[in-house]
Design a protein around this ligand. Sequence first.
Ligand SMILES: [Zn+2]
Length: 451
Amino acid sequence: MAQDSSTETSPLLRNGEVHDSDDEVDPHVVRKSNDKTNYTGRAIVLYLLTLIFIAALVVLLGFKEHLPDQILPWIGELPREPTRAALAVLDVAPVIVNLPILVRYLYANNVSAVDLNSRMPGHVDIPRLREGKVGGFFWSVYVSCPEIKDAENFTEPSWRVRDTLEQIDVARSLIDKYPDTFQSASTSEDVTTSIINGKIASLLGVEGGHQLGNSISVLRQYYSLGARYLTLTHTCHNAFADSSGPTAPLHNGLSPLGRRLIDEMNRLGMLVDLSHTSDETAIQALNYSRAPVIWSHSSARAIHDVQRNLPDDVLRLVGSGPGQKEAVVMVNFVPDFVAVPGNASVASVADHVEHIARITGKDHVGLGSDFDGMNGAPTGLEDVSKYPALIAELRKRGWNKFELAGLTGANILRVFQGAERVAKELQDNHTLPVYDLYDKRTDIPRNPFEL
Ligand SMILES: [Zn+2]
């Protein structure tokens, strides 16, 4: 059968190119010849593109010191100018600050009267948090120690549990009042999600065992309300542990009930915070806790010799080496703990950071600050907007972007994840909750069946 293909446009030829069927050219030969041309063409283009890519990479990596600051983040490098580098790091990493106690003292806890979008009288408000690139913080729900008239027997009633509940109410109400800015976080995953959403991750922390009314069941309730760390003591001893405040120790560290408190914190996944505790309490708790611990706001005694700071022999127990424990020491900015009066500055805070890092390793240092929990502030670190100045100072001293990201958030997040893992393990093993009572309490009969 004759095949009229005189007007057929071969799909193997370019559009519109007509092939005469009388021409004795084998179409298969045409296909092969064209394919070869196409493949060679593509190979040349690909080859050229690869060459250009390699050349660009060589230029970028080899001559990055000549590239403008704006280009460096594109090739995974921090800008050279320290402040720009600080902002690039803080863009993705959270830091930790305080606030509710100021609302208690200055606004009688009336959250409606607080306008965090305007300039607040303390160190913290939304514009300054944004300026400081703060990605997240612990809202400390602190209330002060009772008078030390009952220093050996903590059964005298106080209002500390009520007051703590009020501070939790303030923190949660403020978080709810600004949903475009804050996002409540109770897990490490929540913190990451908040930051991805462009919100400031908001966690709660209770700053003193005295706020438990000596009751471990109160700890469980604080946990259920969102608290994720408990500082074992504030400036007073309590039924659980000795503080660095009074000169004479009471328990020589942890009491037996204090150990049971740590058991319950480990089971819940609540971080054990050792700021404010005595050295003995810190060493015992660090060794006893199954979960990683934190110092939420503590500096280095070797740099400035005050009891509230950590001595080197405690710092040496923290780290990733043999005999060392996973923990993070978050540096305190309180001027009296940083340097002699009038000398606290960005540089002296950086000295504390570097001293701690030299002993523990840079993976175990964080920023505690204590903004709104202190009178005054170091020069150059006057409020939360000034965090980049500290990062810039450390950048100048040679800290790289991973070390800075660790300092400003990744280290505390890793420790938090460690505590969550221990809690899951204990709960998976059906570890029972702790129901031990403070032995000096007489208000609850120990054996009701005998009544
Ligand atoms: Zn404190």
